[in-house]
Design a protein around this ligand. Structure first.
Ligand code: GLN
Length: 214
């Protein structure tokens, strides 16, 4: 029997949210997966996923348990991080509508608005053209998703949806970014981990975690 080469060790921040879904996708793509709950769990990681869930709870727990500063340090040190939905909010430098006292980890120079597409009942699915990530349209599910209101010049917009999707912008024109990358940081407003469409995770692993295939 030939042993398969071990995949990169990727953490999934596991205090709250859809942790198991991300773990399944990452393992399916050959990564070794570690749930991250403490600073020690960050040791030796090649990448980290911040899942969807509820950003205000994730924020509160991560500060209460003392892991937030280590996460920020890892971001500053260049660890590749992928945030989906609440994870995008955690990565954003600025939250336009935080709950009282809510903070983000930051790192990604964007401003996000939480729940920008409406409430749970306004959840929607769509197919996005994301040429950098996939040749096929990407299946994206939006659940109380954040929108990117501002992105600095350093931020590459990978995908957008019409602004008419926004709760506040039903009559507005233009596009609103929903997938962005800034160097080692990747974030999507939507949840690719629940659709069976693995293209964003594959992009994260192949292009950001192990860009030389190492
Ligand atoms: N609205 C949630 C928040 O503020 C995010 C929802 C999600 O991750 N599906 O964190």
């Amino acid at each position: 029997m030939t042993a398969r080469p071990a995949g990169p060790l990727v953490g999934v921040f596991a205090l709250q949210g859809d942790v198991a879904e991300h773990e399944r996708v990452l393992a399916g793509l050959g990564a070794r997966v570690r749930p991250v709950r403490s600073a020690a769990d960050l040791e030796g990681l090649a990448g980290l996923v911040l899942p969807g869930g509820e950003s205000s709870v994730m924020d509160k727990l991560s500060r209460l348990l003392g892991v937030a500063p280590a996460l920020r340090q890892a971001i500053d040190a260049g660890l590749p991080v992928y945030g989906t939905c609440a994870g995008m909010i955690m990565l954003a430098e600025t939250i336009a509508n935080p709950i009282v006292g809510q903070r983000s980890l930051g790192g990604l120079d964007i401003t996000v608005q939480r729940n920008a597409f409406g409430a749970q009942v306004d959840s929607f699915e769509t197919w996005l053209d994301v040429p950098q990530v996939s040749r096929e349209p990407v299946h994206a599910v939006f659940i109380r998703a954040p929108a990117v209101l501002r992105a600095s010049g350093e931020v590459q917009v990978l995908a957008s949806v019409p602004a008419s999707r926004l709760e506040s912008g039903r009559t507005a024109g233009g596009e609103v970014p929903v997938a962005v990358r800034q160097g080692h940081l990747l974030a999507t407003s939507f949840h690719p981990e629940v659709t069976g469409d693995w293209s964003f995770h594959r992009y994260f692993l192949e292009r950001m975690v192990s860009p030389s295939g190492s």
